[in-house]
Each structure stands twice: as structure tokens, then as C-alpha cells.
Design a protein around this ligand. Structure first.
Ligand code: IMP
Ligand code: MG
Length: 192
């Protein structure tokens, strides 16, 4: 297993900056949903760290649920075809739903998930993403809460994976792909 320090290019968002911004987002969301109950939906697996930190700063009554999607395509490049691999446990009809995502890149994942959730008629449906890479956008998606705008670079840490590893790092780092030696994983079906 290659040491990630060998291909870590730079720390793009430090642990302190992440935690400060997440606290701000939590306060903003709490103000916006005042007197309402909020249902947070996290997309596995990348959004998990963000959800658990964000919800600690949400002061309105809230519930959580999870779903998982898989995008067809090669490593680090989605093709637009997204398939639901884990459905929600709870009904979202007539509820205030906030989708919590790690990153919006091409936009295909969020666009498909929103379309899927709309069919179940939530009362409101909004998107909160920790990271936004607008230069890579291929489909227009609404983003109501955004942690950080980032440049068009592949990142890992804080939920985001480098071929499934390093989701536990407390910061977001960019990768130098010239220095990265993949472990030889299949490329057909990339889970988020
Ligand atoms: P989209 O469908 O292209 O918007 O991609 C969304 C998904 O691709 C995210 O939920 C991530 O799992 C993954 N992804 C996109 N960019 C990155 C990155 O820079 N690092 C790690 N995962 C990424
Ligand atoms: Mg991923």
C-alpha cells in the first residue's frame, strides 16, 4: 500500500477551515428551517463525514437517512448513467428534505438523485454539498448550500476516496496523479 504522502500534492482545505465552514452551514440551515423538521439524506459513502459533522450544528429537529448510488464509468470520470444501489428506509412524502453530498463534479449524480426523489413528492427538496467543482459541470443542478468552490483537480480526504482509501483524513487534499500507483482495481463500476 503506497503511502499517500507520496502523491499528496497540497492540502486544499485544512481541518480547521472545514470545521469552521461546516459550523457556519449548520447555523445557516438551522435559521432557514426554523420551526420545521428537517430530513437529511446522505449519499453513501462520500458524504458520511460531512453529514455527521454538519448535523452536530443543526439545531432544528432532524432525522437522517441514507442512499447509495453507483455511476458507470472509469475511475474519476462518471458517464452520466447513475443507478440506485441502496434505497431510502423512510418515506419522504411531504417532508422537508435536504440532500447532503460530498462533491458536485459533473452534476450527473445529484441530477439523477433529485429526479428520483422528486417522484416521491417531498414538501421541499434542497441540496447541500461540501465541495463544488463548477468547471467540470455537464448538467445544471441547483445547489442551495455550498461549503467550498474548488478548482478542477481530483481531491481526497474527509469522505472522498482515492480508490476507496483515505476517506478518514480530516482534511481535503489534491493528488499528484504522476506520483500515484493504482493497486489494480477494476474500472467498470465505481461506487460513490
Ligand atoms: P458527479 O456525478 O460527476 O457530480 O460526481 C459525483 C461523485 O463523483 C461524488 O459523489 C464523488 O464520489 C465522485 N467524485 C467526483 N470528484 C471527485 C474527487 O475529486 N475526488 C473523489 N471523488 C470524486
Ligand atoms: Mg468516489
Amino acid at each position: 500500500m503506497q503511502d499517500y504522502h507520496e502523491y499528496l500534492d497540497e492540502i486544499l482545505v485544512t481541518e480547521e477551515a472545514l470545521q469552521k465552514r461546516i459550523a457556519e452551514l449548520g447555523r445557516e440551515i438551522s435559521r432557514d428551517y426554523q420551526d420545521k423538521c428537517l430530513h437529511l439524506i446522505c449519499i453513501l459513502r462520500g458524504g458520511v463525514l460531512f453529514l455527521t459533522d454538519l448535523m452536530r450544528h443543526i439545531t432544528v429537529p432532524n432525522t437522517i437517512d441514507f442512499m447509495a448510488v453507483s455511476s458507470y464509468g472509469t475511475h474519476r470520470q462518471s458517464t452520466g448513467q447513475v443507478r440506485i444501489t441502496l434505497d431510502l428506509k423512510d418515506d419522504i412524502h411531504d417532508r422537508h428534505v435536504l440532500l447532503v453530498e460530498d462533491i458536485v463534479d459533473s452534476g450527473y449524480t445529484i441530477a439523477s438523485v433529485l429526479e428520483f426523489l422528486e417522484t416521491r413528492h417531498p414538501k421541499t427538496l434542497k441540496v447541500c454539498t461540501l465541495l463544488d467543482k463548477p468547471q467540470r459541470r455537464e448538467v445544471k443542478v441547483p445547489i442551495h448550500y455550498r461549503g467550498f468552490l474548488i478548482p478542477n483537480k481530483f481531491v481526497f480526504g474527509y469522505g472522498l476516496d482515492m480508490d476507496e482509501y483515505h476517506r478518514n483524513l480530516p482534511f481535503i487534499a489534491t493528488v499528484n496523479l504522476d506520483h500515484y500507483r493504482p493497486a489494480g482495481k477494476g474500472e467498470e463500476d465505481q461506487s460513490d
